[in-house]
Design a protein around this ligand. Sequence first.
Ligand code: NAD
Length: 357
Amino acid sequence: MYKIAVLPGDGIGAEVTAQAVRVLKAVGRRFKREFEFTEGLVGGAAYDTTGTPLPKETLELCHASDAILFGAAGGPKWDSLPAQLRPEAGGILSLRKELGLFANLRPVMVFAALENASTLKPGVVAGVDLLIVRELTGGLYFGKKYREDLPDGSIKVVDTLEYTTSEIERIVRVAFDLAGKRKGKVTSVDKANVLESSRLWREVATAVGRDYPDVSLEHMYVDNCAMQLIKNPGQFDVLVTENMFGDILSDQASVLSGSLGMLASASLGGRTALYEPAHGSAPDIAGKKQANPIASILSGALLLRFSFNLVEEAGCIERAITDVLNQGYRTADLLEQGKNAVNTVEMTDLIVKQILV
Ligand code: NAD
């Protein structure tokens, strides 16, 4: 029995998570695996019901589960709340911190059927299969920050960027371990020509690399990496980088796959890992059945692979998605001439059917 906490959250988060659960149930049926799903409140939905975006019961549910499937948190309705009550900071960021999820994995795969869907030329994106490993609980986003009024009437702001050797080492090891099971190449991304934190990052990455003789290591400055990601993304296997660089590069990399609705993510580090689509609650399309459920469904596949080591089952989901895309079915975000338009539920129906054939 595998216990999965399901936190649908807000907007399309709730819509796509329901579809991912349907797909996991289909996989359970096909492979005779028993998944137990328990829903919890998070984000704006939790705030409306309980007055907090991360209720105690939800946190307890997460701690008592083997894995977490998360939707999305946030929306205009809650934008004017104070920071700690907002669905994003008070919900998903707090949850990551509480669960010690320091490693964010974002695989960027380009399905052959979607080579034309990117704004980049098909020849550039064809065959791309890379993995961004982003440090998730340190760096600028969590450093001390403050404002100070100066005597001349201007304002001074300070954001601090701190990392320790052990924080760097643990995330770099995640990247090397994963690269060892893939194409055997790690690209460590930094700004060591300017930042002290990056110089330490580079030293630690080099030292860790000595423990992995079968994995090659290259260092790349973040500005060059941003350019290489769109010029020649096929050169990458696993990229590892600090929190803010990873935030920016992973959104940039989403363009390769054609739509944010295709990108899954896993956050690992603590006892219980969390899986979520890379996108947010998409208030512009919420409630219209237009959302692409594939990012959430692929997050379900990551959950099976990383938390339960159900590799065959995860592969079955990915193959079903490939087949349905090859058959020409597309949600609105990926629709092009000559393809069959389907909504959120219809896309999932097709994927479930494919799993059960
Ligand atoms: P978004 O990812 O929600 O949407 C960006 C654009 O992509 C929109 O046009 C949307 O329609 C489209 N899109 C996103 N997912 C899609 C899908 N599955 N299918 C089809 N189209 C899709 O980002 P945003 O608009 O900047 O943010 C909306 C809200 O979500 C905000 O409140 C933000 O704070 C929150 N957010 C939450 C998370 C999270 O919970 N982890 C992440 C990002 C944003």
